[in-house]
Design a protein around this ligand. Structure first.
Ligand SMILES: Nc1ncnc2c1ncn2[C@@H]1O[C@H](COP(=O)(O)OP(=O)(O)OP(=O)(O)O)[C@@H](O)[C@H]1O
Ligand SMILES: [Mg+2]
Length: 345
């Protein structure tokens, strides 16, 4: 079964053709990173306009790269939740129109489900190796959650962040340190030359399996001000002008180590509460982080180029929805849900 997956939930316009939920026949991602690097973050209206321009060329290239015509495509899958409203609208309206025009069944997929199913991609016969029940650590730009998966397409949120997502925290700390957007890869690179034990940063006191990352960002801000002997009233956007390259590297390494430790502590706690778990998977953009991968050698993780937003993971998630008996959706009435939880979808 060949599925065309379409993804536009944030600032990547993406489409891919995937066979049987694992084999990537094409994977086209047009990133708007260059546009938003200038602003240090995503501007929703600009993102939506860029999706509109890129969407159809991206779909056409995905079909061409896969050597497919519309006759070869068995179904269309699209991200309809959660994400930026305008961005979700462009992807879903495109998928709805294409489904109607080409008489294809349409599947509406939750974005976090797609990030999780990126682990089944790449033609590797992973299905035999990733065994249920699974714990999925979702670490992305907008989410930080621990999901319990007893079987395909079944998700229970057993831990979630009370405030910022870990990826968001990487991005905000990078901004303080004067590192380019997106912050995650910039911090990881700077950290290579830094001492992870140079600055002691606090772990948040959050009950059970939940997270909090907004305090860590503030802790870095205060530590930078202290290191520079500047008052807490000093504007955060100016601090970077006073930091040496070595200080940036040391703050990056210390922050990254703390963030990874926090994630690992909660995952350990989750494993202690669920000893029946057979596999751990990482999901979302932060799963590309080498330090996190090294700290969790037991965990499966997507190939780094599949950890960020892409259409292939949408197609993979739809494949396992179909396998689990989920019915296609009505292309005339499909709606978007910018904030809905994975448990309600
Ligand atoms: N190597 C890395 N180390 C740490 N963080 C990273 C790395 N690579 C990417 N990231 C972070 O991953 C995030 C982007 O991931 P992703 O595309 O999954 O998020 P999103 O789609 O914006 O949010 P969501 O999936 O929650 O809707 C950014 O915050 C980015 O800084
Ligand atoms: Mg994402």
């Amino acid at each position: 079964m060949k599925i065309l997956g379409i993804e536009t939930s944030c600032d990547e316009t993406a489409a891919a053709v995937v066979q049987n939920g694992t084999d990537i026949l094409s994977n086209v991602v047009v990133s708007q990173i260059d546009i938003f690097a200038e602003y240090g973050g995503v501007i929703p209206e600009v993102a939506a306009r860029s999706h509109l321009e890129a969407m159809m060329p991206v779909v056409k290239k995905a079909l061409k790269d896969a050597n497919c015509t519309w006759d070869d495509i068995d179904a269309i899958a699209v991200t309809h939740a959660p994400g930026l409203l305008g961005s979700l609208l462009i992807g879903t309206l495109t998928a709805r129109t294409l489904a109607i025009l080409h008489h294809k069944p349409l599947y509406a997929v939750h974005h976090l489900k797609s990030h999780v199913y990126a682990n089944w991609l790449n033609g590797v016969p992973r299905d035999g190796f990733i065994r249920f029940p699974i714990l999925a650590l979702v670490v992305s730009g907008g989410h930080t959650q621990i999901l319990y998966m007893p079987a395909h397409n079944q998700f229970e949120i057993i831990g979630t962040t009370h405030d910022d997502a870990v990826g968001e925290c990487f991005d905000k700390v990078a901004k303080i340190l004067g590192l380019p957007y997106p912050g995650g890869p910039s911090i990881a690179k700077a950290a290579e030359k830094g001492n992870p034990d140079k600055y002691k940063l606090p772990h948040p006191r959050v009950e059970n399996l939940d997270f909090s990352f907004s305090g860590l960002k503030t802790a870095v801000l205060r530590a930078v001000q202290k290191e520079l002997n500047l008052p807490i009233s000093h504007p955060s956007h100016d601090l970077k002008n006073h930091l040496s390259d070595q200080q940036v590297a040391d703050f990056s390494a210390s922050f990254q180590k703390t963030a990874v430790d926090i994630l690992c502590e909660k995952l350990d706690l989750a494993l202690a509460q669920h000893p029946e778990v057979k596999s751990i998977v990482l999901a979302g953009g932060v799963s590309a982080n080498e330090a996190l991968r090294k700290a969790l050698p037991r965990a499966f993780s997507p190939a780094p180029y599949l950890s960020g937003d892409n259409g292939a993971m949408v197609a993979a998630a739809a494949y396992y929805e179909i396998e689990s008996g989920v019915k296609s959706t009505d292309p005339y009435s499909l709606n978007i849900y910018p904030r809905i939880s994975i448990e309600n979808k």
